[in-house]
Write a protein that binds this ligand. Structure first.
Ligand code: ZN
Length: 356
Protein backbone atom coordinates (compact mmCIF):
# COMPACT_ATOMS: atom_id res chain seq x y z
CA UNK A 1 0.00 0.00 0.00
CA UNK A 2 1.06 3.54 -0.62
CA UNK A 3 1.73 5.89 2.27
CA UNK A 4 -1.46 7.55 3.42
CA UNK A 5 -0.91 11.07 2.11
CA UNK A 6 -3.34 13.39 0.36
CA UNK A 7 -1.38 13.10 -2.86
CA UNK A 8 -1.53 9.29 -2.79
CA UNK A 9 -5.21 9.26 -1.95
CA UNK A 10 -5.81 11.41 -5.02
CA UNK A 11 -3.80 9.01 -7.20
CA UNK A 12 -5.75 6.04 -5.82
CA UNK A 13 -9.00 7.86 -6.44
CA UNK A 14 -8.03 8.45 -10.07
CA UNK A 15 -6.88 4.85 -10.45
CA UNK A 16 -10.32 3.69 -9.32
CA UNK A 17 -11.94 5.83 -12.05
CA UNK A 18 -9.79 4.06 -14.63
CA UNK A 19 -10.85 0.52 -13.77
CA UNK A 20 -12.42 -1.02 -16.86
CA UNK A 21 -15.97 -2.13 -16.16
CA UNK A 22 -16.18 -5.86 -15.58
CA UNK A 23 -12.47 -6.31 -14.82
CA UNK A 24 -12.67 -5.79 -11.03
CA UNK A 25 -12.58 -9.52 -10.22
CA UNK A 26 -9.63 -10.08 -12.50
CA UNK A 27 -7.71 -7.18 -10.92
CA UNK A 28 -8.49 -8.29 -7.40
CA UNK A 29 -7.37 -11.84 -8.14
CA UNK A 30 -4.19 -10.60 -9.73
CA UNK A 31 -3.41 -8.25 -6.88
CA UNK A 32 -4.01 -10.98 -4.32
CA UNK A 33 -1.86 -13.44 -6.23
CA UNK A 34 0.96 -10.91 -6.47
CA UNK A 35 0.78 -10.07 -2.77
CA UNK A 36 0.92 -13.72 -1.81
CA UNK A 37 3.56 -14.74 -4.29
CA UNK A 38 5.82 -11.78 -4.65
CA UNK A 39 8.60 -13.26 -2.55
CA UNK A 40 8.60 -16.60 -4.32
CA UNK A 41 7.82 -15.18 -7.76
CA UNK A 42 11.40 -14.37 -8.52
CA UNK A 43 12.86 -17.58 -7.12
CA UNK A 44 10.33 -20.07 -8.48
CA UNK A 45 8.97 -18.59 -11.67
CA UNK A 46 11.99 -16.80 -13.01
CA UNK A 47 14.98 -18.18 -11.15
CA UNK A 48 14.51 -21.68 -12.59
CA UNK A 49 14.63 -20.54 -16.19
CA UNK A 50 17.84 -19.79 -17.95
CA UNK A 51 17.35 -16.09 -18.44
CA UNK A 52 20.06 -13.51 -18.77
CA UNK A 53 21.17 -11.74 -15.62
CA UNK A 54 19.81 -8.35 -16.62
CA UNK A 55 16.29 -9.82 -16.83
CA UNK A 56 16.79 -11.51 -13.46
CA UNK A 57 17.88 -8.23 -11.91
CA UNK A 58 14.90 -6.52 -13.52
CA UNK A 59 12.51 -9.07 -12.01
CA UNK A 60 14.10 -8.94 -8.56
CA UNK A 61 13.94 -5.18 -8.53
CA UNK A 62 10.34 -5.23 -9.78
CA UNK A 63 9.08 -7.70 -7.20
CA UNK A 64 10.72 -5.77 -4.36
CA UNK A 65 9.20 -2.54 -5.60
CA UNK A 66 5.56 -3.67 -5.88
CA UNK A 67 4.61 -2.02 -2.60
CA UNK A 68 5.12 1.45 -4.07
CA UNK A 69 2.45 1.02 -6.74
CA UNK A 70 -0.76 1.44 -4.81
CA UNK A 71 -3.66 -1.02 -4.81
CA UNK A 72 -3.45 -1.80 -8.54
CA UNK A 73 -0.13 -3.52 -8.65
CA UNK A 74 1.20 -5.18 -11.72
CA UNK A 75 4.62 -6.57 -12.27
CA UNK A 76 5.78 -4.58 -15.24
CA UNK A 77 3.82 -1.34 -15.75
CA UNK A 78 6.00 1.01 -13.75
CA UNK A 79 9.23 -0.63 -14.86
CA UNK A 80 8.31 -0.41 -18.53
CA UNK A 81 6.85 3.06 -18.77
CA UNK A 82 8.70 5.14 -16.20
CA UNK A 83 12.17 4.89 -17.80
CA UNK A 84 10.68 5.48 -21.27
CA UNK A 85 8.84 8.56 -20.02
CA UNK A 86 12.07 9.88 -18.49
CA UNK A 87 13.93 9.47 -21.77
CA UNK A 88 11.14 11.14 -23.71
CA UNK A 89 11.04 14.11 -21.35
CA UNK A 90 14.81 14.57 -21.77
CA UNK A 91 14.39 14.51 -25.54
CA UNK A 92 11.48 16.94 -25.29
CA UNK A 93 13.73 19.27 -23.31
CA UNK A 94 16.45 19.08 -25.96
CA UNK A 95 13.88 19.98 -28.61
CA UNK A 96 12.46 22.72 -26.38
CA UNK A 97 9.00 21.17 -26.32
CA UNK A 98 9.02 19.85 -22.74
CA UNK A 99 6.05 20.56 -20.48
CA UNK A 100 6.94 23.11 -17.78
CA UNK A 101 5.35 21.08 -14.98
CA UNK A 102 6.61 17.70 -13.79
CA UNK A 103 4.87 14.51 -14.96
CA UNK A 104 4.35 11.71 -12.46
CA UNK A 105 3.80 8.20 -13.68
CA UNK A 106 1.22 5.93 -12.06
CA UNK A 107 0.11 2.39 -12.79
CA UNK A 108 -3.26 2.24 -14.52
CA UNK A 109 -5.66 -0.59 -13.73
CA UNK A 110 -7.41 -0.17 -17.12
CA UNK A 111 -7.30 -3.33 -19.22
CA UNK A 112 -7.90 -1.62 -22.59
CA UNK A 113 -5.02 -0.21 -24.62
CA UNK A 114 -5.41 3.50 -23.83
CA UNK A 115 -3.36 5.29 -21.20
CA UNK A 116 -4.78 8.35 -19.44
CA UNK A 117 -3.39 11.84 -19.05
CA UNK A 118 -4.58 13.88 -16.07
CA UNK A 119 -3.17 17.39 -16.38
CA UNK A 120 -3.36 19.92 -13.59
CA UNK A 121 -1.97 23.31 -12.66
CA UNK A 122 0.71 21.91 -10.32
CA UNK A 123 1.87 18.66 -11.89
CA UNK A 124 0.59 16.22 -14.45
CA UNK A 125 -0.27 12.58 -13.90
CA UNK A 126 0.15 9.91 -16.55
CA UNK A 127 -1.50 6.54 -16.05
CA UNK A 128 -0.54 3.49 -18.09
CA UNK A 129 -0.37 -0.18 -17.29
CA UNK A 130 -0.96 -3.74 -18.35
CA UNK A 131 -3.83 -2.87 -20.73
CA UNK A 132 -1.42 -0.83 -22.82
CA UNK A 133 1.69 -2.99 -22.61
CA UNK A 134 -0.16 -6.26 -23.18
CA UNK A 135 -1.78 -4.82 -26.32
CA UNK A 136 1.58 -3.60 -27.64
CA UNK A 137 3.30 -6.80 -26.65
CA UNK A 138 0.90 -9.20 -28.38
CA UNK A 139 0.48 -7.10 -31.52
CA UNK A 140 4.21 -6.40 -31.54
CA UNK A 141 4.71 -10.15 -31.84
CA UNK A 142 2.16 -10.43 -34.65
CA UNK A 143 3.75 -7.66 -36.70
CA UNK A 144 7.33 -8.81 -36.06
CA UNK A 145 6.36 -12.24 -37.34
CA UNK A 146 4.59 -10.63 -40.30
CA UNK A 147 7.52 -8.40 -41.21
CA UNK A 148 9.80 -11.43 -41.10
CA UNK A 149 7.82 -12.80 -44.06
CA UNK A 150 8.95 -9.81 -46.13
CA UNK A 151 12.63 -10.20 -45.29
CA UNK A 152 14.66 -10.77 -48.44
CA UNK A 153 11.58 -10.54 -50.67
CA UNK A 154 11.76 -8.00 -53.47
CA UNK A 155 9.38 -5.07 -53.18
CA UNK A 156 7.34 -6.06 -56.25
CA UNK A 157 6.19 -9.14 -54.37
CA UNK A 158 4.95 -7.20 -51.33
CA UNK A 159 1.35 -7.82 -52.37
CA UNK A 160 -1.45 -9.41 -50.39
CA UNK A 161 -1.59 -12.22 -52.97
CA UNK A 162 2.00 -13.15 -52.20
CA UNK A 163 2.16 -12.31 -48.50
CA UNK A 164 -1.19 -13.60 -47.24
CA UNK A 165 -0.55 -17.32 -47.86
CA UNK A 166 2.76 -16.95 -46.03
CA UNK A 167 1.03 -15.32 -43.06
CA UNK A 168 -1.57 -18.09 -43.01
CA UNK A 169 1.07 -20.85 -43.18
CA UNK A 170 3.11 -19.23 -40.43
CA UNK A 171 0.01 -19.19 -38.16
CA UNK A 172 0.04 -15.38 -37.97
CA UNK A 173 -3.51 -14.94 -39.25
CA UNK A 174 -4.83 -17.47 -36.74
CA UNK A 175 -3.11 -15.73 -33.81
CA UNK A 176 -4.12 -12.25 -35.01
CA UNK A 177 -7.73 -13.43 -35.33
CA UNK A 178 -7.73 -14.64 -31.71
CA UNK A 179 -6.27 -11.33 -30.51
CA UNK A 180 -8.68 -9.17 -32.48
CA UNK A 181 -11.64 -11.32 -31.42
CA UNK A 182 -10.59 -11.07 -27.78
CA UNK A 183 -10.19 -7.30 -27.94
CA UNK A 184 -13.46 -6.90 -29.82
CA UNK A 185 -15.41 -8.95 -27.33
CA UNK A 186 -13.69 -8.09 -24.04
CA UNK A 187 -11.93 -4.80 -24.69
CA UNK A 188 -8.56 -6.27 -23.75
CA UNK A 189 -6.07 -8.90 -24.87
CA UNK A 190 -5.10 -9.66 -21.27
CA UNK A 191 -5.31 -13.26 -20.25
CA UNK A 192 -5.21 -14.65 -23.77
CA UNK A 193 -2.17 -16.77 -22.93
CA UNK A 194 1.10 -17.55 -24.60
CA UNK A 195 1.87 -16.41 -28.11
CA UNK A 196 5.24 -17.90 -28.93
CA UNK A 197 7.59 -16.42 -31.48
CA UNK A 198 11.05 -17.72 -32.48
CA UNK A 199 13.88 -16.64 -30.15
CA UNK A 200 15.72 -14.99 -32.99
CA UNK A 201 12.87 -12.47 -33.33
CA UNK A 202 12.78 -11.44 -29.69
CA UNK A 203 15.12 -8.44 -30.11
CA UNK A 204 13.09 -7.16 -33.05
CA UNK A 205 9.87 -7.70 -31.11
CA UNK A 206 11.25 -5.71 -28.18
CA UNK A 207 12.15 -2.81 -30.49
CA UNK A 208 8.70 -2.90 -32.07
CA UNK A 209 6.88 -2.92 -28.73
CA UNK A 210 9.04 -0.07 -27.42
CA UNK A 211 8.36 1.97 -30.57
CA UNK A 212 4.61 1.62 -30.00
CA UNK A 213 4.86 2.46 -26.30
CA UNK A 214 7.08 5.49 -26.85
CA UNK A 215 4.63 6.91 -29.37
CA UNK A 216 1.71 6.35 -27.00
CA UNK A 217 3.49 8.17 -24.15
CA UNK A 218 4.57 10.95 -26.52
CA UNK A 219 0.94 11.49 -27.52
CA UNK A 220 0.02 12.03 -23.87
CA UNK A 221 2.88 14.51 -23.47
CA UNK A 222 1.20 16.38 -26.33
CA UNK A 223 -1.96 16.69 -24.19
CA UNK A 224 0.04 18.08 -21.25
CA UNK A 225 1.66 20.68 -23.50
CA UNK A 226 -1.70 21.82 -24.85
CA UNK A 227 -3.11 21.97 -21.33
CA UNK A 228 -0.29 24.28 -20.23
CA UNK A 229 -0.83 26.57 -23.23
CA UNK A 230 -4.65 26.57 -23.01
CA UNK A 231 -5.56 25.89 -19.37
CA UNK A 232 -8.95 27.63 -19.55
CA UNK A 233 -10.28 25.38 -22.30
CA UNK A 234 -8.89 22.05 -21.02
CA UNK A 235 -6.07 22.04 -23.51
CA UNK A 236 -8.10 22.93 -26.61
CA UNK A 237 -6.85 25.90 -28.66
CA UNK A 238 -9.51 28.30 -30.02
CA UNK A 239 -11.36 26.94 -33.09
CA UNK A 240 -9.85 23.48 -32.72
CA UNK A 241 -12.07 20.41 -32.71
CA UNK A 242 -11.32 17.40 -30.54
CA UNK A 243 -10.10 15.73 -33.71
CA UNK A 244 -7.56 18.52 -34.31
CA UNK A 245 -6.34 18.11 -30.74
CA UNK A 246 -5.86 14.35 -31.12
CA UNK A 247 -4.04 14.67 -34.45
CA UNK A 248 -1.80 17.39 -32.99
CA UNK A 249 -0.94 15.17 -30.00
CA UNK A 250 -0.13 12.38 -32.47
CA UNK A 251 2.33 14.75 -34.15
CA UNK A 252 4.03 15.45 -30.80
CA UNK A 253 4.14 11.67 -30.23
CA UNK A 254 5.62 11.11 -33.70
CA UNK A 255 8.28 13.79 -33.25
CA UNK A 256 9.38 12.30 -29.92
CA UNK A 257 9.13 8.74 -31.26
CA UNK A 258 11.45 9.40 -34.23
CA UNK A 259 13.90 11.30 -32.06
CA UNK A 260 13.88 8.43 -29.54
CA UNK A 261 14.46 5.95 -32.38
CA UNK A 262 17.46 7.89 -33.61
CA UNK A 263 18.96 8.11 -30.14
CA UNK A 264 18.34 4.47 -29.20
CA UNK A 265 19.01 2.86 -32.57
CA UNK A 266 15.40 1.69 -32.86
CA UNK A 267 14.37 1.68 -36.55
CA UNK A 268 10.71 0.96 -35.73
CA UNK A 269 10.54 4.15 -33.69
CA UNK A 270 12.74 6.23 -35.98
CA UNK A 271 10.74 5.28 -39.09
CA UNK A 272 7.30 5.53 -37.41
CA UNK A 273 6.61 1.82 -37.97
CA UNK A 274 5.57 1.32 -34.32
CA UNK A 275 2.88 4.05 -34.42
CA UNK A 276 1.64 2.96 -37.84
CA UNK A 277 1.25 -0.66 -36.75
CA UNK A 278 -0.31 0.35 -33.43
CA UNK A 279 -3.12 2.10 -35.32
CA UNK A 280 -3.30 -0.82 -37.76
CA UNK A 281 -3.83 -3.19 -34.82
CA UNK A 282 -6.55 -0.93 -33.39
CA UNK A 283 -8.18 -0.86 -36.82
CA UNK A 284 -8.23 -4.67 -37.13
CA UNK A 285 -9.83 -4.91 -33.68
CA UNK A 286 -12.40 -2.27 -34.56
CA UNK A 287 -13.29 -3.96 -37.84
CA UNK A 288 -13.75 -7.30 -36.14
CA UNK A 289 -15.89 -5.59 -33.51
CA UNK A 290 -18.13 -4.11 -36.20
CA UNK A 291 -18.30 -7.41 -38.07
CA UNK A 292 -19.44 -9.43 -35.08
CA UNK A 293 -21.58 -6.63 -33.68
CA UNK A 294 -19.91 -6.01 -30.33
CA UNK A 295 -19.93 -2.49 -29.01
CA UNK A 296 -16.35 -2.11 -27.85
CA UNK A 297 -15.71 0.50 -30.51
CA UNK A 298 -18.42 3.01 -31.11
CA UNK A 299 -17.72 5.16 -34.14
CA UNK A 300 -16.69 8.52 -32.71
CA UNK A 301 -17.52 11.75 -34.48
CA UNK A 302 -15.09 13.68 -32.28
CA UNK A 303 -12.05 11.39 -32.51
CA UNK A 304 -10.10 10.85 -35.72
CA UNK A 305 -10.46 7.40 -37.30
CA UNK A 306 -7.42 5.11 -37.39
CA UNK A 307 -7.20 5.68 -41.14
CA UNK A 308 -7.02 9.46 -40.51
CA UNK A 309 -4.34 8.95 -37.90
CA UNK A 310 -2.33 6.78 -40.28
CA UNK A 311 -2.68 9.45 -42.98
CA UNK A 312 -1.48 11.98 -40.38
CA UNK A 313 1.72 9.92 -40.03
CA UNK A 314 2.32 10.07 -43.80
CA UNK A 315 1.63 13.83 -43.74
CA UNK A 316 4.12 14.28 -40.92
CA UNK A 317 6.76 12.26 -42.78
CA UNK A 318 6.47 14.75 -45.68
CA UNK A 319 7.81 17.45 -43.35
CA UNK A 320 10.98 15.68 -42.24
CA UNK A 321 14.42 15.20 -43.75
CA UNK A 322 14.54 11.41 -43.90
CA UNK A 323 11.33 11.11 -45.94
CA UNK A 324 12.73 9.57 -49.17
CA UNK A 325 13.91 6.54 -47.21
CA UNK A 326 11.06 6.33 -44.71
CA UNK A 327 8.03 6.62 -47.00
CA UNK A 328 8.53 3.43 -49.04
CA UNK A 329 9.19 1.46 -45.83
CA UNK A 330 5.99 2.80 -44.28
CA UNK A 331 4.01 2.01 -47.41
CA UNK A 332 5.28 -1.59 -47.29
CA UNK A 333 4.25 -1.85 -43.64
CA UNK A 334 0.81 -0.48 -44.40
CA UNK A 335 0.34 -2.94 -47.28
CA UNK A 336 1.43 -5.77 -45.00
CA UNK A 337 -0.95 -4.70 -42.25
CA UNK A 338 -3.81 -4.46 -44.76
CA UNK A 339 -3.07 -8.02 -45.95
CA UNK A 340 -3.14 -9.16 -42.34
CA UNK A 341 -6.41 -7.30 -41.73
CA UNK A 342 -7.96 -8.92 -44.80
CA UNK A 343 -6.83 -12.36 -43.60
CA UNK A 344 -8.31 -11.82 -40.13
CA UNK A 345 -11.67 -10.60 -41.48
CA UNK A 346 -11.88 -13.50 -43.95
CA UNK A 347 -11.08 -15.85 -41.09
CA UNK A 348 -13.87 -14.41 -38.92
CA UNK A 349 -16.40 -14.68 -41.77
CA UNK A 350 -15.30 -18.27 -42.34
CA UNK A 351 -15.61 -19.14 -38.62
CA UNK A 352 -19.06 -17.52 -38.49
CA UNK A 353 -20.30 -19.43 -41.55
CA UNK A 354 -19.03 -22.76 -40.15
CA UNK A 355 -20.72 -22.23 -36.80
CA UNK A 356 -24.12 -21.61 -38.37
ZN1 ZN B 1 -5.36 11.82 -26.97
Amino acid sequence: MLEDTEENRYVEYLQKQLVTEGSEDFLEEQSKWLRENRHTLFANKIGNHSVDTSLMRFMEWTVQDLSTQGPYQDVFGKRIFEPLLEKLLKLAEEHKIAPKLPIYFSTSPAVDASPAAVPSSERHLLFAGQGTYSFCNYWGKIYTLSLQQLAGVCRRKHTAKYVLPKLVRRGVIGSATSLAWRYATRGSVLGIGKLAIPDKLSDARMLMVTAMEVFILGHEIGHFLLQEDFPDTNGTPPDWSEKDVELHCDVVGLALCTSFGKQEGNPFAYQFIGPLLFFSAMEVCQRVSRLIGTRQFEESSTHPSHAERIQNIFDFVKTIKGRPRIRPVLRDCLRLSKALEFGVLANIVHIASCSR
